[in-house]
Design a protein around this ligand. Structure first.
Ligand code: GRG
Length: 310
């Protein structure tokens, strides 16, 4: 399948497109309060692979939705993702020193400013959905996107999943662990992949179902892949027996089971992609990115290079 090559080329255009939208919507650093705006800009513009925006554009290609209708959800989902990273790095959560290869926002600006920067990034995401010029004539789409994003990022989505992760305990069963993954990590992937449905309400049902299947498998697969590659998962498992946090999938069920589960999920993503024929090139490329990065797992397609920005 050669269509992946095509997406490799377009991927850079999409990244530039969302970076421009993000740069435009973030308040300029000279606008008061300057420190807050500098922290917000750093949190968003200092790297990142932009996987969630790429998913918006890839899902739009797959379903015949014009790319310009994805500019608002692509920027909004990245703003919410960046807010979650800033808050996740805080001392009361993971207390991380580095993010995207650089000091975390609270290490540079202090915990108080980092908290506020995350809050303001989240608020900005809703402003983008409400007021982006590309959706000015589409009240229906703005309402549908706002509802989808709220469900995927709030207490039944990403934020709720984070709480489950913090309090889930060391011995969750499979359903408990996967529910936490599906919401914490999968929530924003779901928002991205289902964004085209919100701007094209007349979309055929088989397309909607395929996007649902793709999003569901992707959220889980991405987190298991991340656990799998996490060299500290053993350490995390040890810590987890002494804390209320969930263990990683790999630590809980073992490497072999994780590899098999991941292959199953990548298979579900590939199956969903078939619905879109050649137009699903972008979704197939992203499937390949997940499948190719796990030692011993079958690569889903030809993608072997990570999007730049890590
Ligand atoms: C604190 C409200 C709140 C939520 C936290 C999703 C989440 C919930 C926190 C992110 C922390 C984390 C490490 C989640 C696992 C998913 C993951 C590997 C995120 C990193 O995503 P990438 O690889 O990051 O897309 P870049 O930097 O490329 O954008």
């Amino acid at each position: 399948m050669k269509t992946n090559d095509n997406f490799e080329q377009r991927r850079e255009d999409y990244r530039n497109r969302v970076n421009a939208a993000l740069n435009d919507c973030l308040p300029a650093p000279e606008i008061i309060p300057r420190q807050l705006h500098a922290a917000m800009r750093d949190a968003v513009l200092r790297g990142g692979k932009r996987l969630r925006p790429l998913l918006c554009y890839a899902a739009a290609e797959a379903t015949g939705v014009p790319a310009r209708l994805m500019d608002a959800p692509a920027a909004a989902v990245e703003l919410i993702h960046c807010y979650s990273l800033v808050h996740d790095d805080l001392p009361c959560m993971d207390d991380d020193e580095l993010r995207r290869g650089q000091p975390t926002i609270h290490r540079i600006y202090g915990e108080d400013v980092a908290l506020l920067a995350g809050d303001a990034l989240q608020t900005l995401a809703w402003e983008v959905l409400a007021a982006h010029p590309s959706l000015m004539e589409r009240n229906d789409a703005r309402v549908a996107l706002s509802e989808l994003f709220a469900q995927c990022s709030g207490s039944t989505g990403m934020v709720g999943g984070q709480e489950l992760d913090l309090r889930g305990g060391p011995e969750p069963d499979l359903a408990e662990l996967e529910h936490a993954y599906r919401t914490k990590t999968g929530g924003l992937f779901r928002a991205a992949v289902l964004s085209p449905v919100c701007v094209q309400p007349e979309m055929p049902l088989n397309f909607r179902h395929a996007l649902e299947q793709f999003a569901d498998a992707l959220g889980l697969a991405f987190q298991i892949r991340d656990d799998f590659n996490d060299k500290e998962s053993d350490a995390q498992a040890l810590i987890s027996t002494e804390s209320s946090r969930l263990p990683s999938w790999v630590a809980r069920f073992g490497e072999q089971a994780a590899r098999e589960r991941l292959e199953e999920l990548v298979g579900a993503m590939q199956e969903a992609c078939q619905t879109f024929g050649a137009a699903g090139a972008g979704l197939r490329w992203l499937t390949g990115f997940i499948g190719a990065s796990v030692p011993g797992a079958a690569a889903a397609d030809t993608a072997t290079t990570a999007p730049p920005g890590r």
